[in-house]
Design a protein. Sequence first.
Length: 64
Amino acid sequence: MSKRLLFDQSANDDHERSILAKLKHQCGAQFTGKMEGMVTDLQLARDTQQGFDSWLAQDASRKG
C-alpha cells in the first residue's frame, strides 16, 4: 500500500480508504493508524500543490 501511495500508482483515494476501513475492522485502529495518516498526508500534499500551482499561474498572468 505504501509503495502504491508514494509512487502514485493507487487507483483512487476512496479505494484505499475502503481497504483501510476493512483492515481497521479486522485488525483494529492501532494497526491502521499510520496508514490512515499517510493517506491523509498525501491528500493534503496534493491539495497544497494544486493551490500553489493555481497561485503561480495567477501570479504569472498578472506580471504578463
